[in-house]
Write a protein that binds this ligand. Structure first.
Ligand code: B12
Length: 223
């Protein structure tokens, strides 16, 4: 079944990002019938693979849809969920579901100094578009031990490239970042994406094109 789900998602440029069975006793989100989910599969992207699919979908629709990428993701992942008897959840659903904690468990990833999870192949250029929640357990193999590239990165250019030091050991200064991106000197971030994220040397082949980075930055900054 998992291979069939992966194939259904791949038709939209989406990637099955692993999953796990919830440990007994913890509070879990509900599945399709409303009973507690027993397993989760994460759906995401490596690089900007879904972008052309999203653009084609968007052509035939109103250009004023709020959160169009979320809407596309919900539509596509919702259809796959329906086919396979799962409930689809979105990273934007509130209260927020712990997508990054789930991803760490599913793929053995760890956070970079930016908070974005570091992937051994995709670097910082990956994201989550949804999750499939099942009321039955799934037979998973062992989660592989993955190398955390940030451990070997001495220079940490990701912490040195932002003109307002939005990312530091104290975490992400959301307000400082927003004010800069919206302001006069924020043009490079608006058109080409976050300078700290772009400074990371890993996963360069998966770096989102400027058009995609500008789309996300516009959404982030509410421009
Ligand atoms: C709220 C939110 C934000 C807020 C954070 C506010 C705050 N200080 O908490 C803001 C708006 C700042 C934000 C920004 C970004 N975010 Co954000 N965000 C979320 C969201 C929707 C909820 C986080 C949450 O509270 N979860 C609930 C808790 C219980 O779950 P958790 O797994 O334990 O959450 C961890 C993260 O939230 C993390 N965290 C806390 N603060 C921040 C800030 C940043 C920047 C990141 C990346 C993580 C992070 O620490 C938590 C504890 O482990 C998640 C999706 C999700 N459902 O998790 C995306 C998510 C964490 N964001 C993501 C990304 C990529 C970003 C951006 C880098 C990119 C963008 N959207 O353009 C930007 C950074 C801005 C920039 N200059 O580039 C990705 C990370 C993917 C990855 N590869 O790891 C996620 C998973 C969304 C997705 N669709 O994939 N984000």
């Amino acid at each position: 079944m998992v291979e069939d789900i992966a194939a259904a998602l791949a038709a939209h440029g989406l990637l099955l990002r692993g999953g796990f069975n919830f440990a007994g006793g913890e509070e879990t989100p509900s599945g399709l019938s409303g009973a507690a989910a027993r397993s989760v599969l994460l759906v995401g992207q490596a690089g900007a693979a879904p972008w052309p699919h999203f653009l084609r979908w968007r052509e035939g629709r109103s250009q004023t849809i709020a959160d169009p990428l979320d809407t596309w993701s919900r539509e596509v992942i919702g259809a796959v969920a329906e086919t396979f008897g799962a409930r689809a959840a979105s990273p934007s659903d509130t209260p927020y579901l712990p997508f990054q904690q789930w991803a760490m468990q599913a793929e053995g990833l760890k956070p970079s100094p930016l908070g974005i999870l570091m992937h051994p192949q995709y670097g910082l250029w990956h994201a989550y578009r949804g999750a499939l929640l099942f009321e039955d357990e799934i037979a998973f193999g062992e989660t592989r031990e993955v190398v955390h590239l940030c451990d070997a990165c001495v220079d940490k250019p990701c912490l040195k490239s932002c003109p307002v030091d939005a990312y530091s050991a104290d975490g992400f200064a959301h307000g400082t970042c927003l004010a800069h991106v919206r302001g006069h000197n924020g043009a490079p971030c608006r058109t080409g994406g976050c300078l700290d994220r772009n400074a990371c040397p890993y996963g360069a082949a998966y770096r989102y094109p400027p058009e995609v980075q500008a789309f996300h930055m516009t959404a982030f900054a509410g421009l």
